[in-house]
Design a protein. Structure first.
Length: 191
């Protein structure tokens, strides 16, 4: 794996799966700290990632450990994006745990370093995760998003996700209230 071009600069992200990430000891050892920094900075800036306060490093390490175990069990996919050997984003989906929902997965999180928004990182990660879901036999990939996250919602719609529900004023961040939107990508209709 070489996330840099021969000129030393990469203009589009290199997206790796967990096996490719762990094959590079230098990237692997820095992954948790880099992922924590991205999440903490985004949440601190008000990003809609499920936390009101930035998560601790321990919380992120626990989340990533859970994800790696789920990937190894075939119940998840984790993708990471690098530009010039710098982690600039990551995302994952998890298979639903209930036996009646096992053919389906939830796209839990796409987190992109704010300095790299608008450079195709989110699209590259989401596209790779969609491909992973298809390969894993997922029938329906779902996600939820805060209603004011216009850029993410535009991205998801452009990749074929459709809205299937909305909870008005459901997300509370201090005094602010936001709709919670539910989207799905139904692979059963796209054979």
């Amino acid at each position: 794996m070489n996330p840099t071009s021969s000129s030393g600069a990469t203009h589009s992200p290199t997206v790796l799966d967990i096996a490719e990430l762990t094959a590079d000891p230098d990237l692997e050892v820095r992954f948790t700290e880099s992922a924590h920094q991205i999440l903490a900075d985004l949440v601190d800036a008000g990003a809609a990632l499920g936390w009101v306060e930035p998560p601790s490093r321990t919380e992120v390490a626990k989340l990533l450990g859970h994800l790696v175990a789920a990937v190894q069990a075939g119940d998840a996919a984790l993708r990471v994006a690098y530009l010039d050997r710098r982690l600039v984003g990551f995302g994952y989906w998890l298979r639903y745990a209930r036996p009646t929902h096992r053919p389906h997965a939830d796209l839990e999180k796409i987190a992109v370093d704010a300095a790299f928004h608008g450079r195709g990182v989110g699209r590259a990660l989401t596209s790779a995760l969609i491909a992973d879901a298809r390969k894993a036999g997922i029938e329906v990939l779902t996600l939820d998003a805060r209603g004011d996250n216009a850029n993410a919602l535009h991205l998801y719609r452009s990749l074929g996700f459709t809205e299937y529900g909305r909870l008005p004023d459901f997300v509370a961040v201090g005094e602010h209230r936001y709709d919670k939107l539910f989207y799905m990508l139904d692979f059963r209709q796209r054979s």
